[in-house]
Design a protein around this ligand. Structure first.
Ligand SMILES: NC(=O)C1=CN([C@@H]2O[C@H](COP(=O)(O)OP(=O)(O)OC[C@H]3O[C@@H](n4cnc5c(N)ncnc54)[C@H](OP(=O)(O)O)[C@@H]3O)[C@@H](O)[C@H]2O)C=CC1
Ligand SMILES: CC(C)=CCC[C@@H](C)[C@H]1CC[C@H]2C3=C(CC[C@]12C)[C@@]1(C)CCC(=O)C[C@@H]1CC3
Length: 332
């Protein structure tokens, strides 16, 4: 029986490249692409089918920042499939990004420039806002919508003959200091993106602890710095194009400058080929590209405290309970 692979955020960037690369690896998979609306779904499906005419590609529509939409899509997926083999939790946003160029300059003087150029630590801030569900938008879209999706798909992911896999697109920008248990939605600070990605890392660690014995395995990946709609909202396209020769140079020192969505999907595709039992739950798998353009994957231990992860998970369960009570009419 063919493997069923669900990819969120499939309409562009890393998600779209991932879909193309998965079909190159195994043309027999059933690929289900999740996009925000049916025009995007159809356009993405057409693009994928143009390169892989014999591929089995189906579509679902979901706005991950809208809990009713997440509950509806989960119900649709439960009706459509008996099992999901891989779920790539890749959709993500970074609204209103702001780059602190002075910080980069200081980094040059203090010898921290390379670290800043690869993690954006101390370099980027964002302005977040409340969404229609009354949640912080970045937390809701990058993490909580995906969390509810996974929990609602438990019957398709757990207890199958073969293990099922969750693969979260995290980031090198995930940082403990941007996250706090008392403000886990990051309503007070200006690093909501960094906080949401750290929360993603914590969630993946706990999901492994809770669900490995039911055959569900979770991993986190970082695609590296990729030119996509997300980065084109940080600096204009022409500036990125001007910076390209400098970034190719930086790549000799910073292997996470993958720069293209195809390269950025390296770790996602590598994980597709690994046995889950051989993976380390406390490791983030980074897509890397060498100075000469060769792609590879680098595992790096994550900076996560397992006790904080467990406490955070309990908070997610409380929020989940509130959500399910609020939307009880949408549940079977
Ligand atoms: N680019 C980079 O340098 C890095 C990116 N990442 C992560 O990689 C992932 C992919 O980003 P990337 O490809 O670069 O960026 P893109 O902006 O190109 O892709 C983001 C995808 O997420 C989708 N999406 C956004 N919001 C929602 C929503 N509310 N509901 C459903 N789908 C949504 C977008 O859909 P739509 O087309 O409708 O907007 C799009 O398909 C993200 O999680 C990002 O945080 C991590 C490290 C570095
Ligand atoms: C010479 C040069 C590359 C200049 C660009 C400066 C900044 C705009 C970038 C330096 C580090 C980058 C970075 C990201 C965005 C752009 C930078 C701040 C991310 C935050 C993009 C999204 C992520 O998930 C992680 C990236 C880390 C590095």
């Amino acid at each position: 029986m063919e493997r069923v692979v669900l990819v969120t955020g499939a309409s562009g960037g890393v998600g779209l490249a991932l879909c193309q690369r998965l079909l190159e690896e195994d043309g027999r998979i059933h690929l289900c692409i999740a996009c925000r609306n049916d025009q995007k779904s159809e356009a993405t499906r057409d693009l994928i089918l143009a390169a892989h005419p014999a591929a089995q590609v189906s579509t679902v529509e979901v706005d991950l920042g809208n809990l009713a939409s997440v509950l509806r899509v989960a119900q649709e997926l439960r009706c459509r499939f008996q099992r999901l083999d891989f779920v790539y939790l890749n959709a993500g946003i970074m609204p209103n990004p702001h780059v602190n160029f002075k910080a980069l300059w200081r980094g040059l003087l203090t010898g921290k420039l390379l670290h800043m150029l690869t993690t954006a630590e101390g370099v980027m801030t964002q302005t977040d806002r409340l969404n229609g569900d009354g949640l912080q938008e970045v937390f809701a879209t990058n993490l909580f919508g995906h969390f509810i999706l996974v929990r609602q798909l438990e019957s398709l992911l757990c207890g199958n003959e073969k293990p099922s896999r969750l693969i979260w697109t995290s980031s090198s920008n995930a940082r403990e200091s941007a996250f706090s248990l008392s403000d886990y939605q990051h309503a007070k600070g200006q690093e909501s993106y960094s906080s949401s990605k750290y929360a993603t890392d914590l969630t993946s660690v706990v999901l492994n602890r809770k669900f490995n014995n039911q055959g569900l395995y979770s991993s986190v990946v970082c695609p590296g710095l990729v030119m996509s709609n997300m980065t084109y909202r940080i600096l204009p396209v022409f500036l990125w194009k001007l910076l390209m020769p400098i970034m190719w140079l930086i790549r000799f020192f910073a292997k996470t400058y993958t720069l293209t969505p195809h390269n950025g999907a390296e770790a996602h595709v590598w994980l597709f080929k690994q046995k889950p039992e051989s993976l380390d739950a406390l490791v983030k798998y980074h897509s890397c590209t060498s100075g000469l353009g060769k792609n590879y994957v680098e595992p790096r231990k994550m900076d996560v405290d397992e006790e904080t992860a467990e406490k955070f998970y309990q908070k997610l369960l409380e929020l989940e309970k509130e959500t399910l009570e609020k939307y009880s009419d949408l549940l079977d």
